[in-house]
Design a binder for this molecule. Sequence first.
Ligand code: RRO
Length: 310
Amino acid sequence: MDLSITLCGALLPNPLVLASGILGLSHEIMVRVACAGAGAITTKSCSLKPRPGYPNPTILDWGSGLINAVGLANPGVEVMVEEIRAAKQRLTPLGVPVIASIFAETIYDFGTVARFISEAEPDLIEINISCPNIDDRYRLMFAADPYVASQVTRRVKQNTNAPVLVKLSPNVINLARIAREVVDAGADGITAINSLGPGTVIDIETCRPVLAHKTGGVSGPAIHPIAVRCVHEICRTVDVPVVAIGGVTTGQDVIEMILAGATAVGIGSAIYYRGMAVFQELDDELRVYMERHDYGDLEAFRGKALTFFD
Ligand code: RRO
């Protein structure tokens, strides 16, 4: 049985990708995740300059999922270039690609970060235009506006030869149009979704919001059905590979994403719930399903649910 996939020219041994923001800052941890069975590793989003992020608490298990306001904490692109170089040295022989996630505060800076990070020769670049934790309440996410999202995509494409994934947000009313615009602007693939919200959790004893930043992005099992709907909407609209993320915790969740048309599936909060062994366990769960249905590879059932939404 063959679980390998090709994602925008990169060969992955299996479709289970470490999602951005989870464990992906140092090369040692990236190697650990790859050795645990991930098919590709996405780094935490990095920006032009280092960012300290928001004060603690930055993440909370609220019962049916997680909520976070990490605040794009990262050591800056210069340090991440070195981390990715070191990670690639170890991961390329294992056949596990590295996806460099980048973020910037302006359309122009997205191009600059893309140019710098390309020096590390990541297998793919993921453009994070969908973080729900941006500080200024009057500034929209780049992912909220089809024109702005396409301009960011164009700028990054002009500054790198690596294939580019654009990470979209569920917190929009025109997801299909945004997907179409970024693909028309040159996106080689789409990652969907970033966390939902922002939301908030209030401590009923102190009457205060629990997160220091007060609001944060919601992830985990509670958002999974929303993620599946977003992935299906994107897959029926555009003809590029989609990395599906959002509350994927079980083998059933992985299969749902592939039936909705996903090429690869991102794993994030499931590491918190099931530990690092989750990659191997999901791989096993996927194989059991494929054996039961007599599928030899993922292509045999990818997008099989799409026609039922017509
Ligand atoms: O760092 C964060 O607070 C963060 C980011 Br960059 C993102 O893309 N999504 C999220 O839920 N948190």
